[in-house]
Design a protein around this ligand. Structure first.
Ligand SMILES: *[C@@H]1O[C@H](CO)[C@@H](O)[C@H](O)[C@H]1NC(C)=O
Length: 185
């Protein structure tokens, strides 16, 4: 009475067995990766943040320097993209320009900076695809610049907290990228 099991099921089991085998290629590679992550994070100003950010990606425990570069530039790229989009949403709020022209112009300046950061981090990604490593540090520096410029644009304005957390995130993520870039020099 029971129907034949779907042919997909055994296939799925096979896949998951293969995946398990691939993922457990031995504790030594995971330990080496952890050593690599430590080497990178020790070069950043906030190593706890660095660990948390890198280990948010499931590939990190088995990552070599090359994969770690993908992971960290990917994190910075996504972060910058999210913040750029967030600024655009703030700017498209209809009441904003009336409420505060200064806030509007600060946000516009931040959006330009973040758009430039996104372009730099995308360029880093292209370089990684081409296995070209010489420009990586400059790209991560360019990403961090957007965050610093945005902070300075707000200065001591009461609106500064609106962007401060996001600027700090991008600064720290780019710091990780800079540390990873040094693995290739
Ligand atoms: C940026 O990255 C940090 C750390 O990974 C994360 O906590 C935060 O939510 C991210 N923000 C955006 C806007 O992607």
């Amino acid at each position: 009475m029971t129907p034949f099991p779907s042919p997909r099921l055994p296939l799925l089991l096979l896949f998951s067995a293969v995946l398990t085998a691939v993922l457990s290629v031995g504790p030594s590679s995971a330990a080496a990766a952890t050593e690599l992550v430590r080497q990178v994070c020790d070069k950043t100003g906030d190593s706890r943040y660095c660990f948390a950010a890198l280990y948010s990606d499931p590939r990190t425990p088995n990552a070599d320097a090359y994969s770690l570069a993908y992971i960290s530039f990917g994190l910075a790229y996504l972060n910058a993209t999210h913040t750029r989009d967030h600024i655009s949403r703030l700017l498209s709020s209809p009441a904003l320009a009336d409420r505060s022209p200064t806030l509007t112009s600060s946000l516009q300046s931040c959006r330009r900076g973040y758009a430039a950061a996104v372009a730099k981090l995308a360029a880093a990604y292209n370089d990684l695809n081409a296995e070209t490593f010489a420009g990586l540090a400059e790209y991560s520096g360019g990403g961090a610049r957007a965050a610093g410029d945005c902070d300075r644009t707000f200065g001591s304005s009461p609106y500064a907290p609106l962007m401060a957390g996001r600027n700090r995130d991008l600064t720290r993520l780019c710091e990780i990228c800079t540390a990873v870039s040094k693995l290739f020099t």
